[in-house]
Design a protein. Structure first.
Lengths: 211, 170
């Protein structure tokens, strides 16, 4: 393993093999092109969770993410005739979702504030590992995770976007590269750099690696 | 060292994954499907909103009015035939036309330069006074003292001014 792989412990997803063409997707796309709403609904349902995570990574607010996904679904429905390869529906749809989410993020202008006041942060407690039995350990872990969340939010967009997309677990590096219109090597470097910056900031906050 | 670092990396991954976590929402999918519009066709813009519809209706009405009001006056065929010039019969055979050739340029004679002539050459001949005026009789001593002055009338013969007297101009 090289240094880059060490920097990406969990986000290593299979990035070598392309996704095989799903004949069911091809058939659903063909039906949806004829105006079959049920077929298009099946397509959307199959990719809905990944699309919502993708939009959430961009806008940071679940409500805005859902609106972006809804706009993207309508756009995909109206532009379905322009899809060249039906087997590439997933990537095509995700690009539409990402563009809609980015448009929404630009219009919001207050991504950090909205992310910081997200109700989900308050309503949903952090999920602690079962190996943290003591209350002190739980408290420390919670403080650490809150600090990590703040540091991630404060990352530059160029680093935060690929980092969160990779963290969502739905996208390969080449998909992230296509979404962001950058080379795969740049994607890996930015994810590694994001992690390095997070560690460095956590050290300054007293949560660093005690070497 | 590695344990702490792995612990930190795990925490980073866990938080990052949580930042993109979404709850399952079965209603959302049906809401998205319900919001899909009718599939747009190439003429869908014409049938889906009122503004293009009204514009198209206006265009059709204007075109119909213009078509009904178009000029339909036509000359009768008999009148056209009567006013037409008589047809010239074509010759049976066309005579060959001599080719047009350029003629050689004739040599021009050398012209002598014109000498300027004096103005008096073109002037009228001097007119002789028909009657000599006797000015001696007009002396102050010869004038009567009281009577009114009277002069004999002058008689002027016809001047020799005819067309032949004028010299020809060059």
């Amino acid at each position: 393993m090289n240094g880059l792989d060490l920097a990406l412990p969990m986000m290593m997803m299979g990035d070598a093999e392309p996704r095989p063409a799903n004949p069911e997707v091809v058939q659903l796309v063909a039906l949806a092109r004829t105006g079959d709403r049920a077929a298009f609904g099946r397509l959307i349902e199959d990719h809905l969770t990944a699309a919502r995570r993708l939009a959430l990574a961009a806008v940071g607010q679940p409500m805005d993410a859902d609106e972006a996904v809804q706009e993207a679904s309508v756009a995909a429905w109206t532009r379905l005739g322009g899809l060249q390869d039906p087997a590439a529906f997933r990537g095509w749809f995700m690009r539409i979702v990402w563009r809609k989410a980015i448009d929404r993020r630009r219009s919001l202008r207050s991504w950090f504030d909205r992310f910081g006041t997200s109700t989900t942060d308050d309503e949903q407690p952090m999920q602690f590992a079962t190996s943290d039995p003591s209350p002190d350990a739980q408290l420390m872990s919670r403080e650490l995770e809150l600090a990590i969340a703040q540091v991630v939010r404060a990352l530059p967009k160029k680093l935060r976007d690929p980092f969160l997309l990779a963290a969502s677990g739905d996208h390969r590096y080449e998909e992230i590269a296509m979404l962001l219109s950058i080379p795969i090597g740049t994607v890996k470097w930015r994810i590694s750099e994001a992690r390095r910056m997070i560690r460095a900031k956590l050290e300054r906050l007293g949560h660093g690696d005690p070497r | 060292m590695n344990t702490n670092r792995e612990h930190l990396d795990d925490a980073i991954d866990r938080v990052a994954k949580r930042l993109t976590h979404v709850e399952d929402d079965a209603v959302f999918a049906s809401r998205v499907i319900a919001s899909l519009p009718e599939r747009a066709t190439w003429f869908g813009w014409l049938t889906q909103s009122w503004a293009p519809r009204l514009a198209m209706i206006a265009v059709i009405v204007v075109a119909a009015v213009l078509w009904n009001n178009r000029r339909t006056t036509e000359l009768p065929a008999v009148e056209i035939a009567a006013n037409a010039p008589p047809l010239v019969p074509l010759p049976d055979a066309v005579e060959p036309v001599a080719p047009v050739r350029t003629k050689p340029v004739e040599r021009l004679e050398r012209l002598e330069p014109l000498e300027p002539r004096s103005d008096f050459d073109r002037s009228l001949p001097a007119v002789a006074s028909p009657v000599a005026i006797d000015l001696a009789s007009l002396t102050t001593g010869a004038l009567p003292a009281e009577d009114s002055l009277s002069l004999p009338s002058l008689v002027i013969a016809d001047l020799p001014l005819t067309a032949e007297t004028f010299p020809q101009r060059d």
